[in-house]
Design a protein around this ligand. Structure first.
Ligand SMILES: NC(=O)c1ccc[n+]([C@@H]2O[C@H](COP(=O)([O-])OP(=O)(O)OC[C@H]3O[C@@H](n4cnc5c(N)ncnc54)[C@H](OP(=O)(O)O)[C@@H]3O)[C@@H](O)[C@H]2O)c1
Length: 369
């Protein structure tokens, strides 16, 4: 891992430290104290000399930037909240059990972070409405939505569809509920509001392990012109109907993590559809929506059997949420790479820069793995 010690030369003899959590030795990260918004705002887009190299600092957010994280009380959602807060963003950590959420937020508040909790069950319309009212009243809306809440009941090689309805409802309809509820509350900004859906490689239409056998359906899901909300809804309904009838095994669905894979296929496809639907918003009111796979992470969901830490699992979500000049939408990422079909990927790297002497600090930090 490339770690960059950033002690910026401010030209006035003083040292400053940037990017808590991204840079080694950041004093506010070590102390758990967030940098002030004025510092971040006033210097956004500036250049500093770091160890003789010109470093471009391009953050767009401040303490007024509001990020909502669903299922933030534990696992990857908790870690995403932490990493966003460490960058100076105000985080609304939501939890379906309010008392558990309050405990989680308290941990951050004691560390000096701007993290606040509100109850939110992504399947409960009353809870969502109350949350929307509270968010509007107290924060005027949001800039970033991280759809993280989800369930899975499969472990190892076991493949149960006993909870298929709960899995599809939470993972797909819960995500959809939040997107629909939050879009009207997303604040206009030059950087564009962001939605990050925490998804899975298991939901990739051309994934090796989760292929849907129905070629016609696969083609429809692959082609943005043929994707509709009705198609996605009908597909998951048809799967649930087959589960109920006991015929799902001959339905050509993925053979392992079946219900979870179908739910994430729906999330991934809905992400692409929403990106298309949001694409004609005018400058200043853009909303970018992407999804990513955190990998196999050591959380309750995997029985702590994953091979990736929560820190690494949360990383791409935070990267997507804060990426400067985000022109990418409707895409699927893993490990800060945009995954394409057939194993190809795109890396957003500092080499994009026209001037090779200029290192974009954000992207450099991004490409540290
Ligand atoms: N762990 C992995 O290896 C892995 C791999 C690929 C993708 N993912 C994805 O990463 C995300 C986070 O997973 P994780 O591993 O951190 O799992 P986790 O530890 O089980 O956390 C799941 C979170 O979702 C919340 N949740 C479930 N149903 C909810 C509802 N109806 N309303 C609001 N919150 C709800 C849970 O709340 P409670 O505490 O109240 O249950 C919990 O906070 C999920 O989207 C998952 O699909 C994980």
């Amino acid at each position: 891992m490339l770690e960059i010690e950033v002690v910026a030369d401010n030209g006035d003899g003083s040292d400053d430290c940037w990017d808590a959590g991204l840079c080694k030795g950041a004093p506010h990260a070590e102390r758990g104290v967030r940098p002030t918004s004025s510092r971040r705002c006033s210097r956004a887009g500036s250049r500093r000399t770091v160890k003789g190299v010109v470093v471009e600092l391009r953050w767009w957010w401040s303490a007024e930037t509001v990020a909502v994280v669903t299922g933030g009380n534990r696992g990857i959602g908790f870690e995403i909240s932490k990493q966003l807060a460490a960058q100076g963003v105000t985080v609304i950590l939501t939890s379906r059990d309010h008392s558990v959420g309050l405990e989680a937020a308290k941990v951050f508040q004691e560390g000096g972070f701007n993290v606040f909790c509100h109850q939110l069950d992504v399947l409960d319309t009353v809870s969502i409405t109350e949350f929307c009212d509270w968010l509007k009243q107290n924060y005027g809306g949001l800039d970033i939505l991280i759809n993280n809440a989800a369930v899975n009941f499969n472990q190892g090689f076991d493949n149960t569809v006993e909870y298929a309805s709960q899995v599809i409802t939470t993972n797909y309809y819960g995500t959809k509920n939040m997107i629909q509820a939050m879009i009207p509350l997303m604040k206009p900004s030059a950087a564009g509001a962001r939605i990050v859906n925490v998804s899975s490689r298991l939901g990739r239409i051309n994934g090796k392990r989760s292929k849907i056998e129905d070629v016609c359906l696969r083609e429809k899901f692959s082609n943005l012109d043929t994707i509709t909300e009705e198609l996605i809804d009908q597909t998951v309904s048809s799967f649930l109907q087959q589960v109920q009838d006991g015929t799902w095994e001959s339905g050509g669905w993925p053979k392992t993590f079946t219900d979870y894979s179908v739910s994430k296929l729906a999330v991934n496809t809905y992400t692409r559809l929403m990106a298309k639907m949001l694409s004609d918003r005018p400058e200043g009111q853009k909303i970018y929506i992407n999804c990513y796979c955190p990998g196999w992470v050591k959380t309750a969901m995997t029985g702590y059997a994953g091979n990736i830490s929560v820190e690494a699992g949360a990383d791409t979500a935070v990267w997507l949420a804060l990426l400067p000049d985000l022109a990418v939408t409707g895409k699927f990422f893993a490990e800060r790479l945009q995954l394409l079909h057939y194993g190809l990927h795109i890396r957003y790297s500092p080499n994009d820069s026209e001037n090779s002497n200029v290192i974009d600090i954000f992207r450099t930090a991004i490409c540290r793995e």
